[in-house]
Design a protein around this ligand. Structure first.
Ligand code: MG
Length: 188
């Protein structure tokens, strides 16, 4: 259980009443099978219209993977690759929302809930703007927070390096965990 702050804000055993976690993921983009090894392009649980798709053992959802690693990181737990090995056939093609859900289960088990989450998606195309609200909604549902507590930002790679040349997608995520006992308007 997380430490409890007394009325002065002091913690009973000197640990802050929050945890921060960082997640990062990259997937190579290839023509969608059978032309290449790419999977249909799923990001934040949303199907993107693209002639390329992420190469990955699961469904290749880089946003969900980075979110999972951010939560696990905040908990100082083993990372997504350790918990869900990519040589395990049970995870082949798996819907990556199960990884986010498992990370949240572990967070709740330790007495934490999400305060807020912020993500940066680096992808040359398509523009994410029209689909961002769907991704935020999916994440808010999975994390048990309001949509206002989840942000997704789209960036391009400025036509340089793997992302800029359209050969990869990168995602960075930061998450704040707060004690589950504190409620700020969101419901779990
Ligand atoms: Mg991944």
């Amino acid at each position: 259980m997380p430490p409890k702050a007394d009325q002065s804000g002091e913690l009973s055993h000197g640990r802050p009443p929050f945890r921060v976690g960082l997640g990062w993921d990259r997937h190579r983009l290839e023509p969608v099978a059978p032309a290449g090894a790419g999977r249909p392009f799923i990001l934040g649980g949303v199907r993107l219209d693209h002639d390329l798709g992420p190469v990955g053992h699961s469904d290749g959802d880089a946003l969900y993977h980075a979110v999972t690693d951010a939560i696990l990181g905040a908990l100082a737990l083993p990372d997504i690759g350790q918990l869900f090995p990519d040589d395990d056939p049970r995870h082949s093609g798996e819907d990556s929302s199960v990884y986010v859900a498992e990370a949240m289960r572990r967070a709740r088990e330790q007495g934490w809930r999400v305060g807020n989450l912020d993500a940066v998606v680096v992808l040359e195309r398509p523009k994410l703007g029209p689909r961002k609200e769907e991704m935020r909604r999916n994440l808010a549902d999975l994390l048990g927070v309001n949509q206002a507590d989840v942000n997704v930002k789209g960036k391009t790679g400025e036509r340089v390096d793997a992302t800029g040349e359209g050969r990869a997608i990168d995602v960075q995520v930061v998450v704040l965990l707060i004690p589950a006992g504190e409620h700020h308007g969101a419901t779990l």
